[in-house]
Design a protein around this ligand. Structure first.
Ligand SMILES: Nc1ncnc2c1ncn2[C@@H]1O[C@H](COP(=O)(O)OP(=O)(O)OP(=O)(O)O)[C@@H](O)[C@H]1O
Ligand SMILES: Nc1ncnc2c1ncn2[C@@H]1O[C@H](COP(=O)(O)OP(=O)(O)OP(=O)(O)O)[C@@H](O)[C@H]1O
Lengths: 227, 227
């Protein structure tokens, strides 16, 4: 797919690099030449221009682009101007980053397809992760249900999922387990790697130091962790 | 649980608010009085002080605090100094935000328990979401397996999970479905709300406009979406 990202700060450049690594065609735009140079090997194409200038921006291949992202951060004015310019040039799908609630209201008024809040979205994920002890990572589906990675409690070690009947007894689904495996990194140094053990089946046996990935209502997950 | 967050920018203040909403005791610290005032109703306690000052910081209830987070962003120097001060005061668990790879190396050298990259972590999640068409949101477990929210393909509408046998035919687990329900917001205006339909059972029937949440190997998910 084809992307154009305006603003190569931490969020914009990370997004540009990851999309490029996944095989997409990405144009990274910034008016700071240092940024344009810093990422020219990591993003498919980088270009130096002022994205608030409608005439210059209209010179980009916008008609062929699937998704355009405005990732400019601190300069809310430049972010809003760039969003307005792109809306006017009728790009297929427009995603803008919002910095404050007022900024978000303006973006909604202009009419973007999606709004990103990079810092707030990470804060939400870490708030869950830090609160539930034994939780390695988590992904919340709409407020009351989550997918949570937890260390296998000692009392379940050596038992199979069929024996433990998570769905019947705890109303939870076990998706898989994750095992830590030692591997060597590029410098030949030992490092721990997390290996997902496929899709869980009733015969899967939980072992010491495994991480199990479970899905269910937050209150049921909390109950399990507090037992 | 008890938290202290240094730096009430977007990431720090969002984290402080969410942890407070979840019933934790949070102290939010910033040397900018405007920030301290802005969040005094939303974070349990807010305090104005310069976190690079070891004497002043040692006056905080660090011994009783479970987790300390350094969320200062742009000022890498202040972030590093604050991290060093807290490490010296032997806090129980120290998490710092890293802005650049060099900054991260310094934090690892000082010895923090966890490092957060707010913008990069959100970029990773959006890169997946933007690449797979039909994907509403996704959560990746270690590189090859993901949990993905997808629109129910037309050909599955009206069929039960038992009929579709996702695990046997596609090696995928269906966790649940999400339905859009209309509700009224605080201003009495209609808004769409996503409602998770509990934990899926073999009898669950997929309906038009549902979102189904599936788990499996990325290649198997891609195969399903491309059919
Ligand atoms: N008018 C403009 N045209 C093109 N690029 C711009 C313009 N204004 C700002 N930028 C670029 O946007 C990028 C991101 O913005 P900035 O660094 O201010 O935000 P940030 O909040 O620090 O970003 P992040 O949190 O992602 O690191 C910068 O590299 C900056 O050069
Ligand atoms: N020495 C210090 N003591 C206390 N607070 C500090 C200190 N230095 C900076 N801060 C605060 O840290 C907060 C976050 O830092 P800053 O706003 O520079 O980063 P940011 O990258 O914009 O953050 P975010 O991306 O989370 O919005 C600011 O509110 C600032 O006042």
């Amino acid at each position: 797919m084809k992307f154009i990202i305006f603003g190569l700060g931490n969020f914009g450049s990370s997004l540009g690099q990851k999309l490029t690594e996944q095989g997409n065609e990405v144009i990274g735009v910034d008016n700071d030449m240092n940024k344009v140079d810093a990422f020219k090997e990591k993003i498919s194409h980088t270009v130096c221009l002022d994205s608030t200038d409608e005439i210059i921006v209209s010179g980009l291949p916008l008609k062929d682009t699937d998704i355009v992202i405005v990732a400019i951060g601190e300069d809310q004015g430049a972010n809003i101007m760039t969003t307005a310019v792109l809306k006017n040039l009728e790009v297929k799908r427009l995603i803008s980053r919002a910095i404050t609630p007022l900024h978000e209201t303006v973006l909604q008024a202009i009419g973007v397809d999606d709004i990103v809040h990079p810092e707030e979205e990470t804060a939400e994920r870490w708030a869950k992760r830090l609160c539930l002890r034994g939780v390695v990572d988590s992904f919340e589906l709409s407020g009351q249900y989550s997918i949570v990675e937890v260390n296998v409690p000692q009392k379940y070690v050596g038992k199979s999922l069929q024996e433990l009947s998570f769905r019947r007894k705890h109303n939870l689904l076990v998706l898989t387990t994750i095992k830590k495996e030692e591997s060597k990194n590029l410098l030949g140094l030992k490092q721990d790697e997390n290996k997902v053990q496929g899709v869980a089946s009733p015969k899967t046996v939980l072992e010491e130091n495994d991480i199990m990935v479970i899905y269910g209502a937050n209150k049921d997950i909390k109950k399990l962790l507090n037992e």
